[in-house]
Every structure is written in structure tokens, then in C-alpha cells.
Design a protein around this ligand. Structure first.
Ligand code: ADP
Length: 885
């Protein structure tokens, strides 16, 4: 196309060249103009109009100097000359704009040559502030094609093809873009060029080729140039416009803009969007979806499907307000949320949302406005199902409230103490106990309040319960702390326990406190009372002990009692006492009757008066306003009664003893005195028998023998009785008695009976006991005689002994006839017998005598028996105190 004249037909039709240039030039951003041979504007582009601010009508026909600096205007006149030698030129000037400003710009001018003559100029105006070109940049390589000069300047690849699709021109930029040489492609068929030369360079050659087939529309598409040896890889935007007039009418002008940067950014964005989308799709915990600017759902992820229950197909396109409850919709909440997101960029909300099945869940929702270059694109909405968490939080809150409530309503003061002594928590009760204002309880620091120990000594902070727990790590219980020792004297019982974490040192200590002032007062009173009682009890015990002995002479007893009595009183040193029982009286040394006294009296059954009189020896007015306590009065009354009881009993015992003695004397006297007349009866009966025996008939002799027998029986009864009455009065002194020896003696005496009855008597080893040897001999004799007597066959008898405490239990066991259970008591009475004399001879006094002997030895006797099988008589006898043998 080299020598083709771009303005070739300008003479024929003035408008054609204008249109032609405009078509091309309008695709270029810079202002392009054409001047006629006289330097007047005959065509300008829209960009020129915009740049200068003058309308096209104002400019056309005007001389170039009306718009440019005067000097520069003159330069245009020189141009004609200059251009003849120098094909084109660029210079800086200033354009006068419509509003009078002078706008600096570069102006590039190229001569238009027609038929060897310069026929006007064509130029490009570029404002300097645009900075698109350096003002001093050297002019582009001169070519014969003026338009190409202009076009080459632009960063735009340009290819012009004629109606036969032959390339007629290609600019430098396009050469670089496609990696071709102008000389190789001009004149070639465009399709061939694309196929053969640039086939591989155009990523979408078909799209490019197709446009050529349909040559009427403005085409626009993007294509990718792959990198090659002569070219860089890049993205181009292709625009082509059909040329309707001029030399290439029916051809096209194709422009290629480098859009690599934009395209790469775009691709990167697409790629990251894809990555992001796949990420978002996979998230299940969150519903993540996009809304368009109106609030319609445009995307949907797995989480959204799971949480909201809609599948993608059914929800896309729906308005997002379906997720809201009816009430929220009625209150216009969805729209408000969108509005807020639009205005502030983001909105976060928590509330009930509705699933596809109508169920609701508690949701946390964020809506973020998505903007590109400030323009709202839609919204991203993220929804989380918080139902579980909300429930957990609700429960936690509930628990916390409960604990809080327990803490606050607890009747026990509770505080949590930090290692530095400050309080991290304290309840109302604690505040009350420490007398702090309730709201300040937690501001309390140990040491603020003085505390004292049980002895009233000041408690330094480090010795208080909480600090001791910090030190030892061990809990502490029931520590008594005194507050206000000089005032209200309030007592607290304090417990403290460490709160530890994994066996480390205590982080905090829980301290609880309860007020025990009342309790302590009560306890102390009780203690005092107890002490008093103990004192009284001791006195009473003493009195009972003293009085029990009974052996002591009355005077001595009373003296001992009265000497110890003051010790039971509050001030023993200043207390004196006097006790009298009947005619007996005993008093402490310092006793003198006084005004300050208390007295108690009692009488025995025999009307013996008992008096206890207690006096204060020295008077001390401050303590003696009430010289004696009521308890003390009660004590001596008790003691008086006790003393009266004692003497009453003593009197009774004395009487009994006297009575017994009288009876014994009577029995003794009676039996002793009866012996004499009985002996006389017996003597005379013997005399009758001897002298007149043979004169009596049988009856007479029989009667006489009855009388003799009766007298004999009477004698043994009287003897028994006599013996019985003498047990107490005529008994020997007690001494250790070897029962083995005693038994040996008895058995010797009974030898004849034993042989007669063919009895077998066995004995275990018997102890030595404390007693009256002859009475014990009597005892064994009676028991063994009975054992031999009350037996049907050959008697088997066993004697044994068993230690029981201070006593020996000695038993005589036979296999005889036995005794009916109801008779076991009666047989120990005097003259009580169970059998006739014909069957078993006896007086009925043996066991009575045994009982009396045992009783004299401070023991008991009893029988265990079974009729037909035998009897065991047992008795207790005192062991010998020293060796117990
Ligand atoms: P007596 O002189 O009749 O033996 P005791 O006082 O010794 O008087 O005994 C009183 C009664 O107890 C006896 O009459 C006899 O009936 C009964 N008795 C005493 N010892 C035994 C015995 N070992 N076995 C059965 N009965 C006995």
C-alpha cells in the first residue's frame, strides 16, 4: 500500500476524505485534524472537538492560527516550505480552548501530497498534561503514508484491508504485536496472512476470519497472541470497522488494543473466584450464598442446602426474605438489613430463621455488600445455625444464674480470695458478716478488717485462714475468729479451702464464714453450767461415798463431810459449813453463825432433824451482793436430803439388827431353856421304860416308844434351832480355809453312810476361801448328807469350784430324786421339808442353816434341779484376797 494516497479522491468529494479520516481517526484517542493548503481546518475528529472545546462548526473554515499561538500560527505558514524538504514535524504549542484557556499540547503535522504537490496537512494534537508523549520525543520515522505516521504513534495495532481482504497497510505496533514485517504482509490476503503467517499467533483465528466474511458490521472481539520468536504473548482486543468510502471502500480497518494487563487481572480474578467458589461450595457449617442487588438468591453452597433445606435449583432466583419469619417480614427486616448492608458495607444480625420445611433455627447472619469500582454488585450472605450453641449458652447462663443465686442467697458468707489478699468475689452475707457495704464486698482486701484469735490476740494477715491455706495448700476448718474484741465481740467460724489447678499452688482460696457468737455464748454457758454440775456431782458423790460406808462413827463421818463441803462452793476459801444430825454436829474450823448464810434442813423417818448451814466467812461487798448462787442453795438441800436418807437407812438397819439380835436371843434362850424340861421328859420316859417296861402291855410299850421317839426328835430340832440362832452371834472369826481339807474331814465323818449306800463321791480341787472353818464344815456336811439321803439308788456326787470375780462358786451335784421347780425356794426355810419322816428322816433345818452360814459369808445359795435326775446346790464364798488361791 506504500504509494497509495490516503487522500487520493479528496478533490472529487470533499466530504469523503473527511469521513474516511474520521472513521480511522475517531478510533484514536488523540485529536486529529486536516488543514487545506491555506492552513484552514477542513476536518476535525470528535477527540479534537473535545480537546479544544470548540464546536466543529466554529472550527471548520478557520485558519489554524486562530487556535494556536500567534507565532506557532506563523510557523504553519512556514510549514509549506519546510514540509517540502522535511516530510513531517512535531512541535509544542498551546491551543486556545473555547473558554479562553491556553492548553499546552504537542502538535504533529504531516504534509498531504497529491500529484506531487502539497495539498494541505494532516496532524495530531495531544495535550501535554495527558503525558502520553514526551514533548521532545523525536518525530516518528517518516513514511510516505501520512496517515500511517499518525497511526504509528498510537499504542494501537492497526491493519487496513481492502475489499479483496488484502492487507493494504499495517502499522508498527501491529507488526510488533503479530511479529510480522510490514513488507511481508502488505498485499497479502488477510486470511492467508492469518493462516500462514499469524495462524499460530491468534488464539482465535477463526473468529478473526469469520468477521471478514461478513464485512458490514463493526466487529469486536478479544484474541490471544501466543508468544513466538518475534513477538510477546499478549491479549488483544480486536475492533474492526468497514470502510465505506475512499480508496479502500469495501475493506476494513482493524485495530488491535493491547489488553494484556486487564485480561491477566481479569483471568486472575476469575481463577480466584473459581477457587473461592469451590471453597465456598464445600463449606457445610455455613450457609454462604450470594444475593443480587434486589435480594434474590444467585448462588447456593452445600452449607446453605444443609442448614436451610433448599436445594440449589429451587432457591436460585427466590427472594431471600423467604428465610425470615412472618413477623420479621411484616416488620420489613429483610429489606432493612439489605439497606443497612448497602449503606454501611456489612450488617450482622441474630434471630430466628425459617427452613424450607417451615421449622425455625437460631441464626447468626452477616450480609456484606459486594461492590466493584464502587458499584453495588449484590450481597454475600453468611448464615450459621446457632440453635445448639444458643441452647448451650442458655443452659450455661441458667447454670451461672443458679450458682449466682445460690451464692447470693447462701446463709453462709462466701468469698474467693486472691493470693495478694484481694477479693475476687464475695457474697452479701460475707459483706454483712464483715460489716462492709454490700457493693464493696469484692473490693475488700485482707487486712482491712482487724481480726483476733480465740484468745483475743490480734491475728496478723499472714496468719488468717486464707493465707495459711495459700501457704500450706491444705484446707482449714472451723477456725474461730473474733471481731471487735472491745465492742460487740462477734465470733466467726471460718473454713478455707484452696482452688487448685492441676496440683499447682492454690490460685485462689474459697473462704466461708458463719457467725457463731450466739453458739459460743450458749456453749460457754453450757460449759460453765457443766462445770458447776460436775462440782455438785462430785460433792454428791463424795457425800454418798462418805455416807455409804456405814461403819464409821457418826461424828467422824459428819466431820469428814463438812470439811469437804466448801470445795463445792464458788469461793471455797471464804465458805464455812456446819452439819448436824440429831444430837451429832460437825463444823469447819472457821464456822460461825452469820447473816450471810444459806441453810437446808431435812428429817429422817424417825424425825431426826438434819441441818446444813453454809456461811461466808469474810465479806467482800462487790462480790457479795448475791453471796450464794441459787445452785448452791439447791446443792445443800440435795445434800441435806441425802444425809437424811443415809441416817434414815442407818436407823432402819440399826433397828433391824436390833430386832434380829432380839430374835436370835429369844431363839437361843427358848431352845436352850427348852432343853432342860425336854431332858427331864426323856429321863423319866427312860425310867418308866426301865422300871415298868415289862408290866406294860404291847400297846403301852408302843405308846412309850412313840413318846421316846418324839422327845428325841424334839431334842434334835431344838439343837438345830439352837445352832441356827448361834450362827451370827457365836460364829468364829474369818480366816483362810482350805476347802479340800474341810471336805476330807466331812467325808471321813460320813464314811459309814457312804459305805452303806455304796455312794461314789468325787471332788475337783477346791480353793481356799475366807471364812469360818467350823461353819463351812457344817455347810458341806449338810449338803453331802442330803445328797446321800435324797437318792434312790447308789448316789453319785461331785463337788467342784469355779472362780467368779472376787468369789468362788462351789457346787455339790447329785443324781438323786431332784426337786420340783416350785419348791426350790421353800426348802431353804426353817423346818420346811418335802417328804415324810417315814420316807426320809430329817428336821428340815439343814438347808436353812446352810443359807444362814453362806449369808454370813456375804454369799448366796441356790439350787438347780430336775425331778428324777438330780440336784446341784451352789453357793458363793469369798475368795482369799491376797493370792486368790
Ligand atoms: P431335812 O432335814 O429334811 O433334810 P433340809 O433342810 O436339809 O431338811 O432339807 C429340806 C428338804 O429339801 C428336804 O426335806 C428334802 O425334801 C429337800 N432336799 C434337800 N436336799 C435334797 C437333795 N439333795 N435332793 C432332793 N431333795 C432335797
Amino acid at each position: 500500500m506504500g504509494n497509495r494516497d490516503a487522500t487520493g479522491d479528496s478533490q472529487a468529494d470533499d466530504k469523503r476524505p473527511g469521513r474516511e479520516y474520521r472513521t480511522v481517526a475517531d478510533l484514536v484517542d488523540d485529536g486529529v485534524y486536516r488543514l487545506d493548503a491555506d492552513g484552514c481546518f477542513i476536518a476535525v475528529t470528535d477527540a479534537f472537538v473535545e480537546l479544544t472545546g470548540h464546536t466543529r462548526d466554529d472550527v471548520l473554515g478557520e485558519h489554524v492560527s486562530s487556535l494556536v499561538d500567534g507565532q506557532d500560527g506563523e510557523r504553519f505558514d512556514d510549514l509549506r516550505t519546510r514540509l517540502e524538504s522535511d516530510a513531517n514535524t512535531t512541535f509544542e504549542t498551546a491551543i486556545e480552548t473555547a473558554d479562553g484557556d491556553r492548553r499546552p499540547c504537542t502538535m504533529q503535522v504531516s504534509p498531504l501530497v497529491a500529484d506531487g504537490e502539497v495539498d494541505g496537512t494532516v496532524g495530531v494534537v495531544r495535550p501535554i498534561e495527558n503525558g502520553a508523549r514526551q514533548p521532545d520525543q523525536p518525530p516518528a520515522t517518516a513514511v510516505s503514508e501520512p496517515l500511517a505516521t499518525v497511526i504509528d504513534e498510537a499504542d494501537v495495532g492497526m491493519v487496513v484491508i481492502d475489499d479483496a481482504f488484502d492487507v493494504v497497510w499495517i502499522n508498527e505496533t501491529a507488526e510488533a504485536y503479530f511479529g510480522v514485517d510490514r513488507s511481508d504482509v502488505i498485499g497479502q490476503d488477510k486470511r492467508t496472512v492469518i493462516e500462514e503467517t499469524t495462524r499460530t499467533s491468534l488464539a482465535e483465528p477463526d473468529a478473526s476470519a469469520e468477521t471478514d466474511d461478513d464485512n458490514t458490521d463493526v466487529e469486536q472481539f478479544e484474541c490471544h497472541i501466543t508468544p513466538g520468536p518475534d513477538r510477546e504473548g499478549r491479549w488483544l482486543e480486536h475492533r474492526s470497522t468497514p470502510l465505506e468510502s475512499g480508496p479502500y471502500a469495501g475493506g476494513r480497518i482493524e485495530l488491535y488494543y493491547d489488553i494484556t494487563d486487564r485480561k491477566e487481572t481479569e483471568l486472575a480474578r476469575v481463577e480466584s473466584n473459581q477457587r473461592f467458589e469451590s471453597l465456598v461450595d464445600a463449606v457445610e457449617e455455613h450457609a454462604i450464598f450470594m444475593l443480587d442487588t434486589e435480594g434474590h438468591v444467585v448462588s447456593w453452597n452445600e452449607g446453605a442446602e444443609r442448614i436451610k433445606g433448599y436445594d440449589e435449583a429451587e432457591i436460585i432466583g427466590e427472594h431471600f426474605s423467604v428465610f425470615y419469619t412472618d413477623e420479621d417480614r411484616a416488620d420489613d427486616v429483610p429489606q432493612q438489613n439489605l439497606t443497612q448492608a448497602r449503606e454501611t458495607g456489612m450488617v450482622e444480625d441474630e434471630g430466628w430463621r425459617v427452613r424450607a420445611d417451615g421449622s425455625t433455627f437460631w441464626a447468626n447472619v452477616t450480609i456484606t455488600a459486594i461492590r466493584t469500582d464502587g458499584e453495588l454488585q449484590g450481597y454475600a450472605k453468611v448464615t450459621r445455625d446457632m440453635t445448639d450453641r444458643r441452647e448451650r449458652e442458655r443452659q450455661l447462663r441458667h447454670e451461672r444464674n443458679l450458682i449466682e443465686q445460690i451464692l447470693e442467697t447462701s446463709p453462709v458468707g462466701i468469698a474467693v480470695v486472691n493470693p495478694d489478699g484481694s477479693t475476687s468475689r464475695a457474697n452479701k452475707r460475707m459483706a454483712q458478716l464483715l460489716e462492709l457495704p454490700a457493693e464493696d464486698a469484692s473490693a475488700y482486701t485482707a487486712g482491712q478488717r482487724a481480726m483476733f484469735d480465740a484468745d483475743g490476740a490480734f491475728l496478723p494477715v499472714e496468719e488468717r485462714p486464707a493465707f495459711r491455706v495459700f501457704e500450706t495448700g491444705e484446707p482449714l476448718y472451723d477456725q474461730e475468729v473474733l471481731l471487735d474484741p472491745d465492742g460487740k465481740r462477734r465470733w466467726l467460724s471460718v473454713n478455707a479451702a484452696p482452688i487448685t489447678s492441676e496440683e499447682s499452688d492454690p490460685e485462689r482460696v474459697v473462704v466461708t464464714a458463719t457467725e457463731i457468737t450466739e453458739l459460743r455464748a450458749v456453749a460457754e454457758r453450757r460449759k460453765r453450767e457443766l462445770k458447776e454440775r460436775e462440782k455438785e456431782l462430785a460433792t454428791v458423790r463424795l457425800a454418798t461415798n462418805l455416807l455409804k460406808t456405814g461403819e464409821q462413827p457418826t461424828e467422824e463421818l459428819l466431820q469428814e463431810f463438812v470439811t469437804k463441803l466448801p470445795q463445792s462452793f464458788r469461793y471455797p476459801d471464804r465458805t464455812a459449813a456446819c452439819v448436824s444430825v440429831g444430837e451429832h454436829e460437825a463444823a469447819t474450823e472457821s464456822y460461825e453463825p452469820s447473816e450471810q448464810s444459806i441453810a437446808a434442813t431435812a428429817t429422817t423417818a424417825n424425825d431426826t432433824p438434819v441441818t446444813i448451814d453454809v456461811v461466808r466467812t469474810t465479806s467482800q461487798p462487790e462480790t457479795d451482793t448475791e453471796p450464794f448462787l441459787e445452785d448452791e442453795q439447791q446443792l445443800i438441800e440435795t445434800l441435806a436430803t441425802l444425809v437424811a436418807f443415809h441416817f434414815e437407812r442407818q436407823e432402819y438397819i440399826d433397828e433391824l439388827q436390833a430386832e434380829t439380835r432380839r430374835l436370835e436371843q429369844f431363839a437361843y434362850a427358848a431352845s436352850h431353856d427348852l432343853q432342860e424340861p425336854l431332858r427331864m421328859v426323856s429321863s423319866y420316859l427312860q425310867l418308866i421304860e426301865r422300871r415298868y417296861g415289862d408290866k406294860l402291855d404291847d400297846d403301852g410299850r408302843e405308846f412309850l416308844s412313840f413318846a421316846v421317839e418324839g422327845a428325841e426328835r424334839m431334842r434334835s430340832m431344838i439343837e438345830g434351832l439352837l445352832e441356827y440362832s448361834r450362827v451370827e452371834a457365836q460364829g468364829g472369826p474369818f480366816e483362810p480355809v482350805d476347802l479340800d481339807a474341810v471336805l476330807e474331814d466331812v467325808l471321813r465323818d460320813l464314811e459309814v453312810r457312804i459305805i452303806e449306800t455304796n455312794a461314789e463321791i468325787t471332788t475337783a480341787s477346791l480353793p481356799t476361801v475366807e471364812g469360818d472353818a467350823s461353819q463351812l464344815r457344817q455347810l458341806f456336811q449338810n449338803l453331802l448328807e442330803n445328797a446321800l439321803e435324797y437318792s434312790e439308788g447308789e448316789p453319785r456326787v461331785h463337788v467342784s469350784a469355779e472362780r467368779r470375780g472376787e468369789k468362788w462358786v462351789v457346787s455339790v451335784c447329785d443324781d438323786g430324786i431332784g426337786i420340783e421347780p416350785e419348791e426350790t425356794d421353800r426348802i431353804f426355810e426353817v423346818f420346811q421339808r418335802l417328804h415324810s419322816r417315814e420316807k426320809h428322816d430329817g428336821t428340815g433345818i439343814g438347808l436353812a442353816l446352810c443359807r444362814r452360814i453362806v449369808e454370813r459369808h456375804d454369799g448366796e445359795i441356790w439350787v438347780e434341779s430336775e425331778p428324777e435326775r438330780g440336784s446341784t446346790f451352789s453357793m458363793t464364798l469369798p475368795a482369799v484376797s491376797e493370792d486368790g488361791a
